[in-house]
Write a protein that binds this ligand. Structure first.
Ligand code: ADP
Length: 384
């Protein structure tokens, strides 16, 4: 197939930490890679064969980047999908497919997709402007509280707001949006599914995501989720149905709400390596990154079971610090058993910027969670 003999190239759009971790596998297997990112100091730069600086949303730039690669993938969702579709028409294998990315790039289209495929999701309404949403509120078609979501370009909770009053409504951005029923969430779960072009499917065990109380960002990911076996199986079944509906190639992270009534609703999906799968590097037989590379090269998929429990804690910039990054107390946490730091290599810190993550492995998931908290309290990402 040429990839192991150095005659074929994998192209990766986006050179952030997810790309850097994908490159661990390509380096392990000596696969040739070419990466594009808008930043000249992208974390992936040190680990690819060829680095190109360029705009991922620009049609011509993406087409010319992809023209001489054999398989093209992405580690970020804000990529020009028309360019991907054009490359597909020219014979480049784009995985996940441009059609999958196009659907998920728009939260309204994504929600409609779930409805059309009879997949459970929170009730919602779409609006083409803030004015239209306000009118619906005045008419009584929408009532507080609800969750406002920008249809495009939101990430890590930046395009999401809980609206409890007219005053809150004033603060949301202009543009196409959806208003979603506010779910009474018991737990947020995630299941990562991987599919190969020949339709082989591998599903990781269900994990639990704990959010930072104010930043609306995942703080801890717990694998396996602390839920009953039957609920975990049910979550995995829903995720497999979502995967079947998309017919994607490569990874698909399926984020789910477990409601207080015990129902499982699909929140959203990500067709790429996902924060909720980082634990797999140390805790699983096959990491999500290796699994993605296996899938896009149409190789047999690896075993997804955990070897051991894993808890991942995101390392983000401390509030009040902007500038050249300094990791304080890293040496103390390294003295703790089962602690595996990943430092992404971003030069500048900002409050809540994702700078790295740490996975704690332990036979006992509750002990791993406890150590994760100790790690979080000890390590400080600051600027001197
Ligand atoms: P993003 O794409 O920015 O990650 P999400 O749609 O996943 O945005 O929303 C971010 C977080 O906001 C979710 O993980 C959840 O905690 C909360 N949230 C989103 N939708 C709802 C909802 N309908 N009801 C209650 N909380 C929600």
């Amino acid at each position: 197939m040429g990839f192991f003999s150095g005659t074929k190239t994998i192209g990766i759009l986006g050179g952030g930490q997810l790309g850097k971790m994908l490159l661990t596998t390509t380096r392990k297997w000596d696969l040739t890679t070419k990466v594009m990112d808008p930043s000249s100091s992208a974390p992936s730069k040190i680990a690819c064969n060829t680095f190109v600086q360029g705009d991922l949303m620009d049609y011509e730039t993406v087409v010319s980047f992809g023209a001489d690669v054999d398989v093209l993938t992405f580690e970020i969702e804000n990529v020009n999908t028309d360019a991907l579709a054009h490359l597909e028409s020219k014979g480049v294998s784009v995985y996940p497919q441009s059609s999958v990315l196009k659907t998920i790039q728009n939260k309204g289209l994504q929600k409609q997709f779930y409805v059309e495929h009879y997949l459970p999701t929170a009730p919602f309404q779409r609006f083409d402007s803030k004015v239209a949403l306000k009118e619906a509120v005045v008419k009584g078609d929408m009532s507080f509280p609800f969750v406002w979501k920008a249809e495009t370009m939101g990430y890590d909770g930046y395009g999401v707001k809980i609206v409890r009053s007219n005053q809150d409504l004033e603060t949301v951005n202009e543009g196409e949006c959806l208003a979603e029923e506010m779910v009474k969430i018991d737990k947020e779960l995630s299941v990562i599914v991987c599919r190969s072009p020949k339709g082989e499917v591998a599903c990781y065990p269900c994990v639990e995501m704990e959010f930072h109380p104010t930043a609306n960002q995942v703080e801890y990911v717990i694998s396996p989720a602390r839920v009953s076996t039957s609920l975990a199986k049910k979550a995995e079944k829903v995720a497999l149905a979502v995967s079947e509906a998309f017919q994607h190639v490569g990874l698909l992270a399926v984020e789910l709400f477990l409601t207080q009534e015990g129902e499982l609703w699909v929140n959203e999906v990500a067709p790429r390596p996902h924060n909720s799968g980082h634990f797999s590097i140390e805790a699983s037989y096959t990491s999500q990154f290796e699994q993605h590379i296996r899938a896009i090269l149409d190789l047999p998929l690896g075993k997804t079971e955990n070897k051991v429990a894993g808890v991942m804690v995101n390392i983000v910039g401390k509030e009040g610090y902007n500038g050249p990054v300094f990791y304080k107390n890293l040496e103390y946490i390294l003295a703790i058993e089962g602690v595996n730091p990943h430092i992404y290599g971003k030069k500048e810190t900002r409050p809540f910027r994702k700078m790295g993550h740490i996975t704690i492995i332990n036979e006992d998931v509750d002990m791993a969670r406890k150590i994760a908290e100790q790690v979080k309290e000890t390590l400080e990402v600051i600027s001197k």
